[in-house]
Design a protein around this ligand. Structure first.
Ligand SMILES: [Zn+2]
Length: 257
């Protein structure tokens, strides 16, 4: 039997106060072993599928969420957003998308991370939730803004009402990037780029937390919490693609009404 007490997660104080079920899971409390120790929810990383299924069960169980409400995407580092328009999603076929939005209670938005930035959104006025997955590509293509825009367009959310949480992901000190990324950040952010790119010992580091804060602020979101926890600094707590040189699992983030 899974013991929910072994599952731990980062939460955001404003989302907790608003009463929305949410968390960015750590890697602890799961059934996987080796590089995937232990709560790996990545289905495509080479882990034992039975262990991965058990890990999903434990995660949903810890938050008292119905398994049939689990709604996921195939994350492709793009900018597309998927809408979940009913519960259960039924013939939902995991669209390629890096943003998810719903107003359906019982649906659990679920995404996977290992250094990329989890962005959790909740509009307490319209009772709408959204989640985005932003690595550098998703950051420069403003997937978080697109998620906010989908909440506005579909459900009439006002950005100033939206509570946003930026979860555990790689810190700037650990995130050296090459010239291609530097050029894309400069193109996407213009004069703001200088504050997001840190030049240090001949390397350039990208601050994904600050960049996604800018993206959200440009979308009109004002209530933003950043967890400030680095995956690469804390490989006991989270999977880190960079720090573990690609051979690692994925931790989950979930959000539900
Ligand atoms: Zn770090």
């Amino acid at each position: 039997m899974a013991s929910p007490s072994l599952i731990s997660a980062t939460s955001f104080s404003h989302l907790s106060r608003a009463g929305v079920v949410h968390g960015v899971l750590t890697r602890q409390g799961g059934a996987s072993t080796g590089a995937f120790t232990s709560l790996n929810v990545g289905r495509l990383v080479g882990d034992d599928p039975d262990a991965v299924e058990e890990n999903h069960r434990r995660a949903l169980d810890a938050f008292a969420r119905e398994p049939r409400g689990l709604t996921e995407t195939r994350q492709v580092h793009g900018e597309a957003i998927a809408l979940v328009e009913r519960f259960p999603a039924g013939a939902w076929e995991r669209p390629e998308a890096d943003g998810l939005v719903t107003d359906q209670s019982g649906v659990t938005l679920f995404m996977r991370f290992a250094d990329c930035v989890p962005i959790l959104l909740f509009d307490p006025q319209k009772k709408v939730i959204g989640m985005a997955h932003a690595g550098w590509r998703g950051t420069v293509s403003r997937v978080a803004r697109n998620t906010v825009a989908a909440m506005q367009a579909q459900y009439g959310s006002r950005p100033q009402d939206i509570l946003a949480g930026i979860g555990p992901s790689i810190c700037a000190a650990h995130y050296s990037v090459g010239e291609e990324v530097v050029a894309q950040v400069q193109k996407a952010f213009g004069t703001e780029a200088a504050g997001l790119l840190i030049r240090q010992n001949g390397e350039v580091k990208l601050d994904l937390w600050a960049a996604n804060r800018v993206v959200l602020e440009q979308a009109g979101v004002r209530q933003i919490e950043i967890s400030g926890q680095c995956t690469a600094c804390n490989v006991d707590a989270w999977f880190s693609h960079r720090a573990e040189k690609g051979r690692t699992g994925r931790f989950g983030a979930l959000l539900g009404l």
